[in-house]
Write a protein that binds this ligand. Sequence first.
Ligand code: TRH
Length: 401
Amino acid sequence: MSSASSVTEPAAGQPATPLAAISCDIFCAVIDNFGDIGVCWRLARQLADEHGWQVRVFVDDLHAFQKLCPSLALDRARQTIGAIVVEHWHEPSHAGDTVEVADVVIEAFACELPSIYVAAMAQCERTPVWLNLEYLSAEDWVADFHLRPSPHPRYPLTKTFFFPGLGPGTGGVLKERQLDAARAAFEASPDARQAWWLNATGQPPPPAEVTVISLFAYENLAVDSLLEQWRDSATPVVLLVPEGRISGAIARFFGLPSFAAGSHATLGSLSAHALAFTEQPGYDALLWASDVNFVRGEDSFVRAQWAAKPFIWHIYPQADDAHLPKLDAALAHYARSLPDDTRAALARFWHAWNGAGRPDWTEFQRHYPALKLRAAEWAGELTQVGDLAGNLALFAKTQLK
Ligand code: TRH
């Protein structure tokens, strides 16, 4: 956390005036899995580390949070991790022991702020900036709704909708300032790669002819077909599976009782390692160490884009297939400049991984060189939209009077 950013240089002839850092409260209700707190925690760390904000995170599920942040204590109502205060949001009405309203209030994914907190916001001399951080969608309408104000029905308060997105005019997606440099350093260092493989799998890195695949996904009916294709592949495949919802299917395929962290199995051309779920900053190296990444939800989907490797997205399934237009909207951005046949092959593979059809690994592999080029080009295009934390901080500052 930078404390320097909260102090201004004195202008000539003026006394030094310490400016208070911007305070920010992020409220996060965990619906399921890790994406809700995953996004909030990454945003919190960026606002603290890169913008010098004083951040508090109110979160209702410390167990999910602890998986991403193992130093978190499960039994503490309030604790400080790095420079960030974490409050266990133990009931909807709770807003800390004493209600202190921050300069910027972020309601993640429409989780609904405690009513006493909203009432206190209305009493503030300086009206706080109230943002509703929405889920990521690549659909076109997002740019029209990004930064739309919504006046409160009773209080003199306005909530602004902040929409992440993959295109211009949206809030963008989270990207730490040092991320590209960290990836480049990892990719340039045989020692870092060696250390990563030994730590994650207990084995040295595989030779160059092996295709390394990371697999982070929900339960998926298409996985058996893919496992069979990898087993029968003409070239060797190494599969890296963080322990989680797909682990049961991997265990069944290999005839094992479970596929818990530390397990290894081989059948034909396929070798698989079960990995321990790492703390959040450690997940990126798995993507960097792999040639192809299967990702899911929201945050890992974004990280795969920054890893600049071909990836397959298991989108979070919604009722009435509401997720399918979102899948195609993301493809429309990501696959836009691919040759027609590669774009069609990628779309078929993504659709098959999301319930429509059978994934064809040979076809995917045939298009791998074009997909690899596009992955790197896309990471560059996405950078143009700007980092979400930076976009949010800039907007908030224009609103704080
Ligand atoms: O876990 P997810 O499926 O999360 C979600 C939630 O289901 C949420 O309710 C839904 O709305 C959202 O998806 C769209 O997938 P996601 O978003 O990729 O979050 C996973 C987080 O876990 C991400 O921050 C990366 C992190 N992670 C680790 O920290 N260590 C690991 O080893 C792995 C595999 C992931």
